[in-house]
Design a protein around this ligand. Structure first.
Ligand code: NAP
Length: 494
């Protein structure tokens, strides 16, 4: 009767530390942890104690007897991991690393810029040290960053992570300074004068562009705009035009799946979630019947994760179909098995549908004065040095659509007075250290990859650099503390 990790796993690995028999893997520090889409429970050694359920911040773990029909595939997915990775040499009890202590007991003040998951996990890591206090700045009047404005509203279990962040903020030594934009209301130099350390955790708020003709036509926008819109982000108030039957989303990562799902889900099922009410009203009068999710490579190279694909395939009110683009789907992994099954499905009359289409890359967005379609070029797969890439063929095709959403990844923005790597869209750093006293964590440190919980290990690495610098005397003492400015009245929605 094992417990099972399901779709909303955030990979912060809190469950790994809670498990008394070390049956959850990969664990932080083990091979494969950094790339893992989720963690898995070994059905052979789980003792069913439920400690992991209590530790999980997003309600992702259940006893297998409580799985819904849609969650059943996760039982096999957890077990399959241990067939491939037996972890035979693991110790019977989980190892809890000893708590590090600073060599000096003098008070330390740290400013964290960004109140999203990356910043809050960094605060939690720092507050393990009683000498340390943190001020967490955010330009918005509400905290939690992408956990509030990025997670799809129908992923209510993932949104439970807000409870963890509220618990972090309730600790002694934690202060929010919301509604303050660092770089405008106060400079990074000013922060460095006032605090022993500054940790920048501003994420990657821009989106990558396609660089094709027609990209700036009305009806062509980014998926990140749409995500911000349905989550009520103050910077993304403009509604997409849903007065069309077909939408094309370019790119097939998890953001593309989120947007495709929200645009096709029955609005009645979204009512009662955290969705923005104006967005809900717009979705209620939407004419959209089909969302095509376009991948330039093949089914086996899709960017979405297996847990998200399993969740999509289980949708009842929406048809999820696959057009393989001429590439035979070899059912070698759980993801390709699910895709092969989807490819055999036929549309049911009257249903909205999501079509996962492969081996097609955008060529130009069409329309005289607003979007009428997307010209795509078929691709074939070519393997170079072990990497599978998409090579354009001579064949093109037009997909008629009234809305084209690029979903080809987020990108960091340069910050005033901080170095910036234009190619990678990050602040250049060594394991989170920019220079003694200045650090980065989250997407502005490593680029836009991973899940909410990935930021926990990322923050631990960055904070270790700051503690090393304190212990080595690399950080100078700071002057008397003066409260930084507040731009507008801040409030915290819990
Ligand atoms: P992503 O996973 O990096 O996917 C980007 C997609 O864009 C890929 O399909 C990529 O194709 C495609 N692409 C890039 N450049 C392109 C171009 N010029 N033309 C056509 N296609 C292009 O990005 P994302 O979906 O924005 O997700 C960002 C991160 O957030 C990921 O780590 C994701 O897992 C995470 N996230 C997680 C969840 C969740 O757990 N529920 C939800 C949302 C986001 P190639 O693969 O061929 O490069």
């Amino acid at each position: 009767m094992p417990h099972v990790v399901t779709q909303s796993c955030c990979a912060d690995a809190s469950c790994v530390l809670a498990c008394p028999v070390n049956c959850i893997h990969p664990a932080p520090g083990e091979p494969g942890f950094a790339e893992a889409e989720m963690v898995f429970i070994d059905p052979g050694s789980c003792v069913d104690c439920g400690a992991c359920v209590t530790a999980c911040p997003v309600g992702a773990i259940k006893p297998h007897t409580k799985l819904t029909a849609a969650e059943e595939p996760f039982l096999a997915l957890n077990g399959e991991y241990f067939v491939a990775e037996p972890h035979a040499d693991r110790t019977p009890l989980a190892l809890v690393p000893p708590q590090r202590r600073l060599t000096s007991r003098a008070p330390v003040r740290v400013a964290i810029v960004g109140a999203g998951p990356a910043g809050l996990y960094a605060a939690d890591e720092l507050l393990k040290h009683p000498e340390v206090s943190v001020d967490v700045f955010d330009r918005l009047p509400t905290p939690h960053g992408l956990a509030r404005h990025g997670v799809a509203p129908d992923h209510q279990t993932t949104r439970q992570v807000a409870d963890l962040f509220t618990a972090i903020a309730d600790q002694p030594g934690f202060t929010y300074r919301l509604g303050v934009e660092v770089g405008r209301d106060i400079s990074f130099a000013d922060l460095s004068e006032r605090y022993h350390g500054v940790i920048v955790a501003v994420g990657a708020s821009a989106d990558k562009r396609l660089g094709i003709e027609g990209e700036d036509l009305p009806g062509s926008t980014s998926a990140t705009d749409v995500v911000g819109w349905y989550n009520g982000h103050p910077d993304h108030r403009i509604a997409p035009d849903l007065d069309c039957e077909r939408v094309v989303v370019v790119g097939n990562g998890n953001v593309a799946l989120d947007v495709a799902r929200i645009l096709t889900t029955d609005p009645d099922m979204l009512a009662g979630t955290d969705i923005d009410l104006d967005a809900l009203a717009a979705l209620d009068s939407s004419r959209v019947r089909e969302v095509v999710v376009l991948g330039r490579r093949g089914p086996a190279q899709a960017a979405f994760t297996t847990p998200e694909l399993i969740g999509l395939a289980a949708l009842d009110d929406v048809d999820v179909l696959v057009e393989d683009g001429g590439v035979a789907i070899e059912s070698t992994t759980t993801a390709t098995k699910v895709l092969a099954e989807l490819a055999s499905r036929r549309p049911r009359p009257g249903r909205r549908r999501i079509v996962l289409r492969f081996c097609a890359q955008p060529e130009r967005i069409l329309g005289p004065d607003r979007v009428t379609g997307l010209e795509v070029r078929r691709t074939r797969l070519v393997t170079v040095d072990g990497a599978v890439t998409a090579e354009p063929t001579g064949e093109t095709e037009v997909i008629e659509a009234g809305l084209v959403l690029r979903s080809v990844g987020y990108r960091g923005r340069p910050l005033p007075d901080l170095p910036f790597d234009e190619a990678r869209g990050i602040v250049p750093n060594q394991s989170g250290r920019v220079r003694p006293g200045l650090y980065v964590t989250g997407w502005i440190k490593r680029g836009p990859t991973g899940f909410i919980g990935t930021n926990k290990t990322c923050a631990a690495e960055t904070v270790a650099q700051l503690l090393d610098d304190l212990d080595a005397g690399e950080i100078r003492s700071v002057g008397a503390f003066a409260t930084p400015p507040r731009r507008k009245r801040a409030f915290v929605r819990r």
